[in-house]
Design a protein. Structure first.
Lengths: 490, 490
């Protein structure tokens, strides 16, 4: 192709008329503010009608439709059908609420479009700053290295990757795991999140290499069983490398005895990783931090900010106590990535030397903006509030003999079910499953489901800054009404 | 803590006065539009002054500072110091430009704050739709599975993880890689991106398990050498599982003979992964697609949308030809993640069964919005334009005997250096490094550096929709001026 002929009509993605697009931006701001301000009056969730689903089957647009048309379609087909986690009565999975300020920060990072891989520009310094803030807020050692990631799954992967490369005693990075007779093993409780299993699988250890230890009545790892398992494995030629402690299990919010695990790991020369996806966050509160004692001794710590710090999706964080371990696992050299002492490629050591990703967005900005806007004190108060609200819900449940609490409430997760006069386990499962679905389908509330000791549980995970006590009053009232209706008055 | 006492003063992150925050949102829209509209008049990059760096050392804010104050600080300390990739004369690394429409889409996804892990809500259908669009646009088989990810590094990791779990002939997911005498080996050229090395290391194969094969004079993998290496490895007890083809090497944009690699992989029963971080994108253009013939036969394909599709950071994509392989690698079951046939947890199979991450943001929205806004035709024209512009720059370089082209220009990457009358390699390196740094420090242009056959190269990677021919005129003029100045007239 000849350059001179082709380049006659150079074009770009910038609008021909900036004013028109700017006007659309203002309309969006108005609409999005109204959306968030009134979200509590909307159904928490609603099914997408078939005609809307059809729109999602349309082929790739060949011709430009324009930003105004795209926005109309968004407004009609997408905006009314959110996940629901922005609503005051959403408590499914552990999905945080986001915030209006966080939304604005997304606009700003979309404008700058900075790359967080490295170099000498603001996004890099902002990320370094918020990682420092998070260490301060959680009481984790200041000398630790850190990295913002997409979420807890990646943060667990980072921690376990460093464990796998640091502990075995040979160069895993270059030599890999084959030709070794002593398979590496990792330990955690049976209540551990699936992302830990996934990380162990992806790292090549095999899920058989993950030993899931029984829990006590409070769903905390049995440290005595852990000790036996490690001893037995060593005796049988396995090579234990790591223990994963839970700071807030996903099922019930249980917190392992992290001090006992830290002691055990020191004695046995094992890596101590803590999965604190949401449950690490209470450490920002002086009142709640004692629950997490021992977490500050972890060799690596994983947690999310889009859960219990209410930041917009997606942002989590991995911290590693000794930066050299962290760096040795991920750093590399490449001609086209040579950093310089001056210019664009100068600046601090690249974040891409501390994680899987090279290209990375400027997700640090929403963290920075949110903490500036609200201050750590506000987050402390809100986390305490969510814990107190969970207690409040627990009291409502305990106070009604038609309801049954299925697990203790150490933090913000409440597992319960409708019993009414039902006796049969199978029927109870059926009835509670139907209660849950109708709660969602009616748009009244969105808890999710789990299984606690083979019992089907309605599960409320409260990482919602919009929730008020009245919302739990409504939940309980509706569960009782639906339970009675579905079970035919039983 | 008693629920009734603590809950007296319930609060949230919603503003006390919505109007104040809404007003700030409007101000931001105006400012960000002005910023983008005039970005070409700003320096492409500028060093952050020491007093601004000091602000990034401040400790975590305890008290709320408010959104207005946070924005003032952003405006003063962050906005003036972007990476630079939004500027018409930024060609460093392979960092795309973003767009004003993409920025607005970030605002919208920040408002909805949807989680892309799974469930029955719009974000899931939008992601399914854009993956379908991308397959259509690139000519990749419609039955393939896909996943949006943070970028090419993760997309390569996904493809190689599926290769590692699919090819060996035992259950790698459960059994892992230990206790196997035949180490797995993966093949690629010496020009392959560092993220492939990193993926191989993280997957437990060890970088020794990655065999980097020599390239020809056009920086394409020597398929004859590959054939010999695989045969020799099989003979010596290794277990070849995968070949990685380059669709656009990062150094020079070279495209491996993908048809030959596809044929070879079929003959040898090897997984064929293609790293097309930026170089897969020209397949959207009927004129350029022939360059990538064979890519459609890849078992897995990795590419970015924040590079040559100009979408805001971060978004890439992994495609896998046979969904079952993809799913078998990442899927899991967990009580709290049971999906339902109705309600919030209904809908199509979860994306978290196809990748490492569970929590995932709504990055599909900016892809959807951008393709609706501009249409595929616009992207085709822009990719062709960037290729033609690279040819134009090549002609400028070839037309001046003081400059030297260091590699062919098959796509959009131009590697060159100033020669003037210099003879000595060490001096040339020094002079060109200084040219590069002064280009950046003066704010005129931002190419980056690489090494081509031990020669230091100024490298221009053009994935910029704001670039015009005149920008390359300016670049060449400045390189000549600086080269003469630095080399003292040589």
């Amino acid at each position: 192709m000849s350059a001179t002929t082709t380049l006659k009509l150079e074009q770009g993605l910038d609008p021909k008329n900036w004013e028109t697009l700017r006007k659309l931006g203002h309309r969006m701001v108005d609409d999005m503010f109204s959306y968030l301000e009134n979200i509590g009056e909307q159904p928490v969730w609603q099914a997408i009608p078939p005609e809307v689903k059809e729109a999602f089957a349309e082929p790739v647009p060949q011709e430009p439709e324009g930003a105004n048309s795209a926005y109309e379609q968004f407004h009609r087909n997408i905006l009314p059908y959110p996940t629901g986690n922005i609503h005051p009565r959403f408590w499914a999975w552990v999905s945080g609420t986001g915030s209006a300020g966080g939304m604005l920060a997304e606009l700003l990072s979309g404008a700058m479009n900075s790359s967080g891989h490295g170099g000498d520009h603001a996004a890099v310094y902002v990320e370094r700053q918020v990682i420092s803030w998070l260490k301060q807020a959680l009481g984790y050692p200041a000398e630790a290295s850190g990295l913002l990631v997409g979420g807890g799954s990646m943060a667990n992967f980072v921690g376990l990757a460093v464990a796998r490369n640091t502990k075995p005693g040979w160069n895993v990075k270059t030599e890999g795991l084959a030709n070794r007779e002593n398979p590496l093993s990792v330990y955690c409780s049976t209540e551990t999140h699936s992302s830990v299993v996934k990380a162990v699988e992806l790292l090549g250890l095999g899920s058989n290499g993950l030993r899931q230890i029984e829990v006590d009545g409070n769903f905390r790892i049995r440290v005595d069983h852990l000790r036996q398992a490690v001893a037995a494995d060593r005796a049988s030629g396995k090579r234990p490398i790591c223990v994963v402690g839970n700071a807030g299990t996903v099922n019930s919010g249980a917190i392992d005895d992290l001090t006992a695990l830290a002691d055990f790991c020191r004695e046995e020369n094992l890596w101590f990783h803590v999965d604190g996806a949401f449950g690490a966050i209470p450490a920002i509160s002086p009142r709640l931090r004692p629950l997490l004692r021992g977490m500050e001794r972890a060799d690596s710590l994983a947690f999310d900010l889009h859960k219990w710090m209410y930041m917009p999706y997606d942002v989590g964080c991995a911290l590693v106590r000794f930066p050299q371990h962290h760096r040795d696992t991920f750093a590399y050299g490449a001609a086209y990535l040579n950093s310089q002492t001056r210019g664009l490629a100068g600046g601090p050591e690249w974040f891409s030397h501390y994680g899987l990703e090279l290209s990375r967005g400027f997700r640090a900005l929403k963290v920075w903006f949110s903490l500036k806007e609200h201050g750590l004190q506000t987050y402390q108060a809100l986390v305490e509030q969510n814990v107190a609200q969970a207690q409040y819900l627990g009291e409502l449940i305990a106070g009604d003999r038609r309801l049954e609490l299925l697990a203790p409430i150490p933090l913000n997760v409440v597992c319960f079910r409708y019993r009414g006069n039902l006796e049969d386990e199978a029927t109870m499962k059926q009835v509670n499953q139907e209660i849950l679905l109708r709660l969602q389908e009616s748009g009244v509330a969105a808890p999710s489901a789990t299984v606690i000791g083979e019992r089907f549980a309605i599960r409320v995970a409260n990482v919602n800054h919009r929730t008020r006590r009245e919302d739990f009053d409504i939940l309980v009232r509706e569960v009782l009404r639906l339970g009675s209706e579905i079970s035919g008055g039983h």
